[in-house]
Design a protein around this ligand. Structure first.
Ligand code: NOJ
Length: 768
């Protein structure tokens, strides 16, 4: 064993005895754990300037860490790690590699400050859950927390400490590729889902071997890029920013999320990465949040391209002053912070604050206690892709499915049905359900729809399968990273359609699995078209000609234009990309083993021209719904969605009755209890998501026509009535007013209750 240097002995003495210290559950807590702060300060006081700057550096590792570094850039990164000049790395994803990388620091550097290992674990590590937008359709917070906790467990077992999730960007534009990664178009839904995911990832104790640090991203406005164009400019006013975009971030900060990531976009001319008001004044000031802000990949350097920084040095100056604590892959901080300090362009106070935040997180994760704490080969062998995890993935899959059309009760299908044809490019697709942010998922490992269907029916049911059309023309080898390769859509080869028609002719029912490939959405994959790409429309029309009994099983990473399908087909299931257990989850719903309960977290448009489309819009001065008149709509299309936010059917029906409030007036400090009776009027038990919306009728800032403010998901037996109550208080009624503060304004409010955002059931109240 190497002899311990005097300095490392000092550090060990300083930190010993503090190991059992728990992280602050609430990062907003002003009375930060004093023992923890002392430890942080002690380490900080031993650090020289280069070492401090080193903590703010995050590198991506794209080479084999267990062999010699092959490229010059890899060699230089290894060298920096050995000198203790790197705070964190991303994309190192196994115990073996994490150990190797950590060793570089622990066995060579002066202070031996462990690195944090980060990775984009967006909807599972190896056990894949539904894409976040899909899982949000479950409106099941317990389930969402559970799936995040499994993702955390698998990640921690792989040596990881930190995920760049959840994305809590409110996103209203179906064209935006990354709409798949968030909780949809509503700030309240994004808030509660984001918090559930944070709790799932972080648990109660970051030092626990099964938890990892979460990251609320992208702060802020990324989901509002103009025209849904990736990385595009965002032009929102101050009030829209505070009322629509920031609430999920505020909720995340309050819930104690360990880290934030800023964003690529500019907001009204200020790049988010260099946005001092957002990061220093709002997040670290008003919200008093103590975690780490990491830049997005290269976003500090990109301020040059924005036309906001004249060179990388200037970018580093702007970013640090604005409150970006860690530089992901811009190499700006390592190159320029020292010089900027000498020139007094940045202050040591800001640098120390950034380093303190990073060290605090390392202590909270228990890395000072044991830098190899998460390097446990046995856990890596046993805790990943387990049967238990797959069972939860199936649960998540079935609960995320949204039934949007079920004419003549075409669903559920009897397991004794004589014949079924499963048709389409997603019918036997074992890869697309894994989504595009698939972390360590094995290529082609999902249960396909065909497999799920076959596992459900008996020997007497004949199941035919035809792909019908290829959606894409392969450009990379199966399993290869598709990230840099836009998909090539097949628009020529329709040779399989005839066989699909023949199969459809023979059967009682067709499950038509068409939609989008996983790599049509995600980062860098915005689209101007959101309908069925390639020859899928031709397939749909051809099959429909010979068999009208069709259930569309939609594969999608965004709200799609399914108007034509909705006009023709009796049954439609929105199935997103559902993860490892996709086919089983869908079959559970198709055959009635699970009564669908999902509700759309995004509006489904009639056509792409309606985008951005969202229910919580403003009324305008000319609000009529008519077309062909000069009102706030279109002359060639309804302005309403095809399927509204919050909508989803069940195999039973629910009626709402007896809406009442205990009093119709209140002061802003009082509360009103609103209740409604929800009856299951059908013959099977079912879950209903009872939704509460409000409208502030006259306000200092125009308020949306409806805003979701609460929901409850309940299981109601056939024939049973349940009374659901909501408390209407300050929390529900306040907004960021013309006075630039969160408060309740007096006046009239309309409360709405129902099973989706188009509900008309309402009750007026007055705040005096
Ligand atoms: C860029 C993405 O915008 C961000 O969400 C992600 O976490 C980073 N790349 C790291 O992969």
């Amino acid at each position: 064993m190497k002899k311990l240097t005097k300095l490392s002995l000092v550090i060990l003495t300083l930190i010993s005895g503090f190991y059992s210290c728990k992280p602050n559950k609430n990062m907003q807590d002003t009375s930060l754990d004093q023992a923890l702060e002392q430890k942080v300060d002690s380490v900080l006081s031993l650090m020289n300037l280069q070492e401090k700057i080193g903590q703010t550096v995050q590198y991506a590792a794209g080479w084999d860490l267990t062999g010699p570094a092959s490229t010059t850039s890899a060699k230089s990164k290894v060298d920096k790690m050995k000198k203790g000049l790197v705070g964190s790395v991303l994309n190192v994803t196994s115990v073996k590699e994490v150990r190797e990388a950590q060793k570089l620091v622990m066995e060579n550097s002066r202070l031996k400050i462990p690195m944090i290992f980060a990775y984009d674990v967006i909807h599972g590590l190896k056990t894949m859950f539904p894409i976040p937008l899909g899982e949000s359709a479950s409106w099941d917070l317990e389930l969402i927390e559970k799936s995040a906790s499994i993702a955390a467990k698998e990640s921690a077992a792989s040596g990881l400490n930190w995920t760049f999730a959840p994305m809590v960007d409110v996103s209203r534009d179906a064209r935006w590729g990354r709409i798949m990664e968030g909780g949809g178009e509503d700030p309240y839904l994004n808030s509660v889902i984001g918090v559930a995911r944070i709790h799932g990832f972080q648990g109660d104790d970051l030092a626990d071997k099964n938890t990892i640090a979460a990251c609320a991203k992208h702060f802020a406005g990324y989901g509002f890029g103009e025209a849904g164009r990736e990385y595009n400019t965002v032009t929102v006013g101050e009030f829209e920013l505070h009322n629509m975009i920031l609430p999920p971030f505020k909720a995340a900060a309050k819930a104690g999320v360990a880290t934030f990531m800023n964003s690529f976009n500019d907001i009204d001319g200020i790049p988010a990465t260099g946005h001092k008001v957002l990061q220093r004044d709002v997040l670290k000031g008003d919200w008093n949040w103590k975690g780490v802000v990491v830049s997005d990949w290269g976003s500090i350097g990109e301020m040059k391209a924005h036309g906001f920084a004249k060179d990388t040095k200037h970018a580093a100056e702007i970013a640090l002053n604005a409150g970006s604590d860690m530089d992901m892959e811009s190499y700006a901080y390592e190159a320029h912070l020292e010089e900027l300090l000498e020139e007094k362009k940045i202050s040591l106070v800001y640098l120390d604050d950034a380093v303190r935040r990073i060290l605090r997180l390392k202590f909270q994760l228990g890395l000072f206690d044991d830098p190899y704490k998460y390097c446990d080969e046995e856990k890596e062998r046993n805790d990943i892709y387990t049967k238990e995890h797959l069972a939860i993935a199936r649960e998540a899959a079935k609960k995320s499915i949204v039934l949007v059309k079920n004419e003549n009760a075409i669903l559920p299908v009897s397991k004794n049905i004589k014949s079924i044809a499963v048709i389409g490019p997603f019918a036997d697709n074992k890869d697309a359900p894994l989504g595009n942010w698939r972390a360590k998922a094995t290529y082609n490992s999902a249960v396909s729809l065909l497999e799920g269907v076959k596992a459900k029916v008996g020997e007497n049911t004949k199941v035919y399968y035809e792909k019908g059309v290829e959606l894409t023309v392969p450009t990379v080898k199966p399993g290869e990273n598709q990230f840099l390769y836009p998909l090539k859509i097949n628009t020529e080869d329709s040779s399989g359609i005839l066989k699909a028609v023949e199969a459809a002719l023979k059967v009682e029912i067709v499950f038509l699995a068409i939609g989008e490939d996983a790599y049509q959405s995600g980062e860098g994959r915005s689209q101007t078209k959101i309908g069925f790409a390639g020859l899928q429309n031709e397939l749909l029309e051809a099959v429909y000609k010979v068999n009208k009994n069709i259930v569309l099983v939609l594969s999608n990473g965004r709200p799609m234009d399914i108007s034509r399908a909705s006009e023709l087909l009796p049954g439609i299931l929105v199935t997103w990309q559902l993860g490892s257990e996709s086919g089983n989850g869908i079959a559970d719903v198709l055959f009635g083993d699970y009564n669908p309960s999902g509700k759309l977290p995004v509006s489904f448009p009639r056509n792409v021209g309606q985008e951005p489309l969202y229910y919580n819009q403003k009324n305008t001065g000319r609000p009529s719904n008519d077309i062909h008149v000069t009102y706030s709509g279109y002359t060639d299309s309804e302005k309403t969605p095809l399927y509204p936010f919050g909508f989803g059917l069940s195999y039973t029906n629910f009626s709402y009755d007896n809406l009442k409030v205990d009093t119709e007036t209140m002061s802003s400090e009082e509360k009103i209890t609103l209740s409604v009776d929800v009856k299951n009027t059908g013959t099977v038990a079912g879950e209903e998501v009872v939704q509460l919306y409000i409208r502030d009728l006259v306000a200092s800032i125009v308020r949306p026509v409806k805003e979701l403010k609460g929901f409850q998901k309940l299981l109601i037996a056939a024939g049973e009535t349940k009374t659901v109550s909501f408390i209407i208080d300050k929390e529900v009624l306040q907004f960021y007013t013309a006075k630039r503060k969160w408060e309740v304004e007096t006046g009239e409010f309309m409360l709405f209750v129902g099973g989706n955002s188009a509900t008309k059931m309402k009750q007026k109240i007055t705040v005096e």
